[in-house]
Design a protein around this ligand. Structure first.
Ligand SMILES: *Cc1c(COP(=O)(O)O)cnc(C)c1O
Length: 225
């Protein structure tokens, strides 16, 4: 078995055990394989093991891989920071965006989403533990933003996403879960997605209710060396 196949097997197993420990159904947690900086061939290997959802952070790199892998049935998620002059590429090439943090970006994406594609599935990224250097809207802004995003015709608001600092996981994941419930109630929205947890903290995230875990290095190995 290749490293990727073996790593994926272990990650699926870890998800299964964490879900069982939290008394959640195994299929309530979706694995997003984060393939940033990795070659298209690595994605092919993961696809051969049954993996379909892939996350990318850098647009140029992502679009090159999407083109190289058109023969596969893949679901592409954009999880990097998105500037307003790059929205068209996300609208045209991705099924999901996890890192929506401003209304202006949402409006552009809705206008630019091609008519023949289903609505772009989006999560609002929240800076849940108020890190100075991190992206995401403030927890106090998320509700107002969600209400407006939910009205845009070519976007489908699915839920919230966060990247808490290492060590803040347990508290931050629970806060994001509570915020999602509060927003859903306030605006009568059907929000089914909490995108939270990475290689190092996916167990904690699953315990707190994560529905998508975004896992890179545990599948594809360390990056940048
Ligand atoms: C890189 C990245 C991940 C994956 O991180 P690992 O620690 O390699 O699992 C998850 N989410 C986002 C937003 C990322 O940028």
């Amino acid at each position: 078995m290749s490293d990727i196949a073996e790593n994926l097997r272990q990650v699926y197993q870890q998800i299964k055990q964490a879900a069982a420990a939290a008394e959640r159904p195994e299929d309530s947690v979706r694995l997003l394989a984060v393939s940033k900086t990795k070659a298209a061939q690595a994605i092919r290997e993961a696809h051969a093991c049954g993996q379909r959802d892939f996350g990318e952070n850098y647009l140029q790199e992502a679009i090159a891989k999407i083109e190289q892998l058109q023969d596969l049935d893949l679901c592409w998620h954009f999880i990097g920071s998105l500037q307003s002059n790059k929205t068209r590429q996300v609208a045209e090439h991705f099924a999901w965006l996890h890192t929506l943090e401003r209304l202006k970006i949402a409006e552009r994406l809705s206008q630019q989403r091609p008519a023949q594609l289903p609505p772009l599935q989006v999560c609002i990224q929240v800076n849940i533990d108020e890190q100075a250097s991190k992206s995401g809207c403030g927890a106090d802004e998320a509700s107002g933003l969600a209400q407006k995003v939910a009205r845009l015709p070519r976007l489908k608001l699915r839920g919230l996403m966060a990247i808490p600092a290492a060590g803040n996981g347990a508290t931050a994941f629970a806060q994001l879960r509570d915020l999602k419930m509060q927003i859903a109630r306030e605006h009568d929205l059907d929000l089914d997605t909490l995108s939270m947890g990475m290689s190092a903290d996916m167990n904690q995230a699953i315990a707190a209710g994560a529905s998508i875990v975004r896992v890179g290095s545990a599948i594809f190995g360390k990056r940048g060396n």
